[in-house]
Design a protein around this ligand. Structure first.
Ligand SMILES: Cc1cc2nc3c(=O)[nH]c(=O)nc-3n(C[C@H](O)[C@H](O)[C@H](O)COP(=O)(O)OP(=O)(O)OC[C@H]3O[C@@H](n4cnc5c(N)ncnc54)[C@H](O)[C@@H]3O)c2cc1C
Length: 409
């Protein structure tokens, strides 16, 4: 029975890859590959970097998610695709044969060629990077406590999308709350700024929600600079295109994403950092390779690329599983259509914005919706309970229990 099933190799066990693997388990012989042995719940990463959540609450063991399913897992990274033999070589030297290959390797921080971003800014794409940001913020805070003078610490978040907004808001709450309680003089000397090149924050949402977000952040003490494009990130300073500059002991880069660099080695067609794919989600000229989520460069009926968000990855994963099932049954392939369920961002305690099919909500109700949905999609009972415990503690005590600097011996 098993030998009649197609062999499907999936690269990446994030939102898209893991969903595709589970959806295909019954109809194919699935092998899943990831460089980590856990899946990261990226939407809550900013809470790890601002001491709101313990890191292991946003990580879920991949083998745990696959338990009881006939799916093979390999921890490793792809090195090359052999198109003639239909196999992928991993960095462990293992070669895995496939009939279908699904590429779901996600994205990396995009520096848009701006000098100094790679060298002097901190990205936030992995748990390791989130913990680095937390350690940097806490270490600079400890320095400030020693000085006891008017030395200022500038923390600048670049990028006014949901990640940048959530990051700036959470930093403001960390500093005006727990750090103020630890050492009020030092906390008062920390300035947080949010820099956005476009004319408004959260450009994917209605302008009224952008205005509300700006107002809320400013009330929380964040300096928001819009229409401000970064020209260079230098040590302790960010230079803008209009000639102005701002002090930045810490620069957090939340300004953009692009396909992971490994895609360039895999000998597949790329378009603007994503994999050039048809509306069927098949890679151009390679009908046995599929690209999903952040890697997919397929476009909608108006020719627009899909946003790099979790719902796209989840829907495309299920869609590709269905497409492969169609092929097994000798049926025609379909074109992918994205069902946009809306967008949201949280700004701080009781403050969030949500837009669903023209319905716009802000404030406490939006915050409640945001909390519920993130808890719902978080993998694993242990992680949900841990997250509820951390959130309840933070809410009731105004404290953040995860302020450790854990990267030293
Ligand atoms: C900080 C942050 C916050 C976000 N917040 C939201 C949000 O609130 N709402 C929302 O909808 N979207 C959000 N997103 C976007 C969303 O997380 C992505 O669109 C989604 O994860 C894409 O799914 P994917 O399967 O394509 O990639 P991912 O979920 O990123 O999975 C990629 C997988 O590939 C693995 N991988 C990468 N490189 C290699 C390699 N060389 N070898 C082996 N494995 C590799 C990774 O370990 C990972 O497991 C956020 C993203 C970030 C970075």
């Amino acid at each position: 029975m098993n030998k009649n099933k197609p062999r499907v190799l999936i690269l990446g066990a994030g939102f898209g890859g893991l969903t595709a693997a589970i959806a295909l388990a019954k109809i194919a012989k699935v092998t899943l590959v990831d460089r980590h042995n856990f899946q990261t719940f990226l939407p809550l990463l900013y809470q790890v970097s601002t001491a709101g959540l313990a890191a292991d609450h946003v990580a879920y063991p991949i083998r745990g998610a696959l338990r009881g399913l006939p799916i093979e897992f390999r921890m490793g990274s792809p090195i090359s695709i052999n198109h003639r033999d239909k196999s992928v070589k991993l960095d462990s030297s293992e070669e895995i044969d496939f009939d279908h290959l699904i590429i779901a390797l996600g994205s990396a921080t995009a520096d848009f060629g701006i000098p100094g971003v790679t060298e002097h800014a901190l990205g936030m794409k992995t748990i390791h990077e989130a913990l680095t940001i937390r350690a940097e913020v806490m270490r600079r805070f400890e320095d400030l406590c020693r000085f006891n003078d008017d030395t200022k610490l500038g923390i600048v978040v670049v990028g006014g999308g949901p990640t940048g907004v959530e990051m700036a808001g959470a930093l403001a709450e960390l500093i005006r709350g727990p750090l103020k309680g630890d050492h009020s003089h030092a906390a008062a000397n920390i300035n947080i700024s949010l820099v956005e090149a476009g004319e408004r924050l959260l450009p994917a949402l209605h302008p009224s929600l952008s205005t509300r977000t700006l107002r809320d952040l400013e009330k929380m003490g964040v300096q928001v600079l819009i229409n401000t494009a970064v020209a260079e990130v230098a040590p302790r300073i960010i230079k803008f295109k209009d000639g102005a500059q701002i002090g930045a002991e810490i620069t957090i880069w939340a300004a953009g994403v692009r396909g992971v660099p490994i895609l360039e080695q895999l000998n597949i067609p790329l378009n603007r950092g994503r994999i050039d794919s048809d509306q069927t989600l098949q890679v151009k000229n390679y009908p046995y390779i599929w690209a999903i989520g952040d890697n997919s460069g397929s476009v909608d009926e108006n020719g627009n690329p899909y946003p790099m968000v979790a719902p796209v990855a989840l829907q495309q994963a299920k869609f590709v599983a269905h497409q492969i099932s169609q092929l097994i049954q000798g049926k025609d392939l379909k074109k992918f259509k994205y069902r946009d369920k809306g967008a949201m961002a949280t700004i701080g305690r009781h403050k969030a914005v949500v837009e669903v099919k023209g319905l716009r909500i802000s404030g406490f109700i939006a915050w409640g919706i945001w909390l519920f949905l993130h808890l719902f999609y978080l993998l694993g009972g242990r992680n949900k309970i841990g997250t509820i415990a951390d959130w309840s503690w933070n809410y009731l005590t105004f404290d953040r229990g995860n302020r450790h600097i854990m990267d030293t011996l």
